[in-house]
Design a protein around this ligand. Structure first.
Ligand code: KPL
Length: 311
């Protein structure tokens, strides 16, 4: 089984080092030539939260290429059984789609690991012959530098085929991931999981980014909780109007996520602190667009979308 990991951020590096170490046939694709060269020179290292070395992988079996290089070639030379798309949504542009097209044919399954919604429809439209799956993961990782990643916390991962059911042969993929230490499940309920994660991210991420606070601080005052609740009610209202019914315990689960990850910096706050663009368009922005399509108003999502875009 050949797996291509596209994107060498925190999650891409984490999956690469653990799968490579478990003997799985993996190609890692970085965005820049510079990062690819550094990885080939220095190897790939996994550290724990105390900066202790947990794993190191180097040598000729560390296959790293850069998307920059492949985008200049035209033929299919790099067929993959699975592609793990681990870039940000904003990087899913024409040249990346061209590269993904070069790696895939009708046997390929492309698994999207992004937050938010909208990107799967785009990829399906551009690469109609590829099976596009989605993954929801709670694995925690932090990129230390171009060649080092920290495993911040073990989580679970669910993989499914939005709008359809998974293929039984995908069990082989689950076995490979389990071998590498990733608790992974196939799910025929992935659509609900995507929308559930959308609401969690739409409530927690923009407010933590706006106020520059860790997740747990959201629960510190009743005013903050009130605003979270407004985002929650508006978001759930849109999904309900579109016929998507989520677990009625979701509000309590969001509060639980804030408690369980109380010291964590949300991914959106990390992006703001690093001065890079955020996923707001695919999270709150997508809720606003869904609402517009059915003539509904979601003023709190609309406002927070504009506020974060201006940061
Ligand atoms: O998924 C997350 C994120 O930061 O993107 C949460 C659940 C908010 C945890 O930080």
């Amino acid at each position: 089984m050949k797996i291509h990991i596209v994107g060498a951020g925190s999650i891409g590096l984490l999956y690469s080092v653990k799968l490579m170490k478990a003997g799985v046939d993996v190609n890692l694709w970085t965005r820049s030539n510079l990062q690819a060269q550094k990885l080939r020179d220095e190897g790939l290292t996994l550290v724990d939260s105390g900066n202790r070395n947990l794993m190191h992988f180097e040598g000729s079996s560390l296959i790293v290429n850069s998307i920059e290089d492949l985008s200049k070639q035209s033929e299919l030379q790099h067929h993959a059984d699975y592609i793990f798309l681990m870039t940000k949504q904003k990087d899913i542009n024409t040249s990346l789609l061209h590269v993904l097209g070069q790696m895939s044919d009708e046997r390929t399954k492309l698994i999207c690991f992004q937050n938010g919604v909208g990107h799967i429809e785009l990829i399906r439209k551009e690469l109609p012959y590829v099976s596009v799956y989605a993954a929801i993961t709670t694995e925690g990782a932090k990129r230390i530098d171009d060649t080092t990643v920290m495993h911040a916390g073990h989580g679970d991962t669910w993989i499914g085929n939005p709008g359809s059911i998974v293929d039984e042969t995908d069990k082989d993929l689950i076995n490979e991931l389990e071998k590498a230490g990733f608790s992974t499940y196939l799910s025929n309920d992935i659509d609900k999981m995507i929308y559930r994660k959308l609401i969690i991210n739409a409530v927690i991420n923009p407010l933590t980014a706006l106020w520059r606070i860790p997740n747990g601080e959201l629960l510190a005052t009743s005013e903050r909780i009130h605003l979270m609740r407004r985002l929650y009610d508006e978001g759930i209202g849109v999904l309900r109007a579109r016929g998507i019914q989520l677990d009625n315990q979701l509000w309590n689960q969001i509060v639980q996520v804030c408690e369980d990850t109380s010291q964590n910096t949300s991914s959106m706050l990390k992006d703001v602190l690093q001065g890079v663009s955020t996923e707001i368009d695919w999270i709150n922005g997508s809720i606003v667009k869904m609402a517009e399509n059915i003539d509904m108003n979601v003023p709190t999502h609309d406002l927070i979308w504009q506020l974060i875009r201006c940061m």
